[in-house]
Design a binder for this molecule. Structure first.
Ligand code: SIN
Length: 286
């Protein structure tokens, strides 16, 4: 059951765990304060939301994203030349997908990890290329009381060093391929975040550990940390915590990066997919 009454927008839940399809809004138009407030509440309540049958140009896409905060220019993944805040996620037919294909939380190696991303699809495969999301508030809730007590107050160290020096990442530096990376010292920095965070608006607790960037627990050795990180990462993406978005051309999807992990499926090699992505800057996590 939904905690909130929605009067300005339609809300249809995707699964028992999370996710919703929002209807009754045209994101190309300026949203009223009341419409925007309900969309934001739905994002925080369901973790990931999508809107069908939208038509956005770059300015409209960015204007919608700016309602949530300032826009990120990714320090490593190149944005478009004329719109550095927009990443063109283009996968040509005949190539395997490589961007975001394993479960992760975006940019947890930042001091202030991203609030969330807004994707707009132009070309989608006839089948495949869905995006999966997993609810990290539910993942926290479903831990035993004993493990919750252990995790309380624990801090994890996050770094992008491994993720951005993997063989597949190295190939993309300075390439003129569909998605290219540039070198940045940020990959060598380590940052600390609580293992259990509180949502800055709702106050709900969520597990905040992901296999791309969480390296070890503060005060623990890497060897001691690894089994528990692995356990929490596996637990965090249990099928009963998930929803799955099937793309249509002209769809907008957004997730709250503090409370969900996501993964893009790599199961449509024969087909082209073109999605534009804008990410909203977040705040330090508590
Ligand atoms: C991502 O932003 O991590 C990839 C999402 C997608 O391509 O579905």
């Amino acid at each position: 059951m939904s905690d909130t009454v929605y009067e300005q927008i339609g809300v249809e839940r995707l699964t028992g765990a999370m996710g919703a399809v929002i209807s009754g809004v045209d994101l190309a138009q300026e949203l009223s304060a009341a419409q925007f407030a309900e969309i934001r509440s739905a994002l925080f309540e369901f973790g990931a939301i999508c809107f069908r049958d939208q038509k956005l140009d770059f300015a409209q896409h960015a204007a919608f994203a700016r309602r949530f905060g300032t826009l990120e220019v990714h320090p490593i993944v190149n944005g478009m030349e004329d719109h550095p805040e927009i990443i063109k996620m283009h996968k040509p037919a005949g190539q395997a997908a490589t961007f975001g294909t394993d479960w992760h939380t975006d940019n947890s190696f930042f001091e202030k990890p991203s609030l969330g991303s807004i994707l707009y699809s132009e070309i989608v495969p006839p089948v495949g290329g869905d995006t999966l999301f997993s609810n990290q508030q539910l993942a926290y809730e479903k831990l035993s009381d004993g493990l919750k007590r252990t995790l309380e107050g624990m801090v994890a160290i996050h770094s992008a060093q491994e993720a951005y020096t993997s063989p597949s990442a190295l190939e993309k530096y300075d390439s003129d391929g569909p998605i290219s990376y540039r070198r940045s010292d940020i990959i060598h920095q380590t940052v600390e975040h609580p293992v259990v965070i509180q949502h800055p608006v709702t106050g709900k607790k969520a597990l905040y550990v992901n296999s791309y960037f969480t390296r070890q627990f503060k005060g623990w050795s890497e060897a001691e940390s690894r089994p528990l990180i692995e356990y929490l990462c596996d637990h965090g993406v249990r099928v009963d915590f998930q929803c799955r978005m099937r793309w249509e051309a002209g769809m907008v999807a957004m997730w709250d990066n503090r409370i969900v992990q996501h993964a893009a499926l790599n199961d449509y090699e024969a087909y082209e997919r073109l999605i534009y992505r804008i990410t909203v800057n977040g705040d330090a996590l508590q």
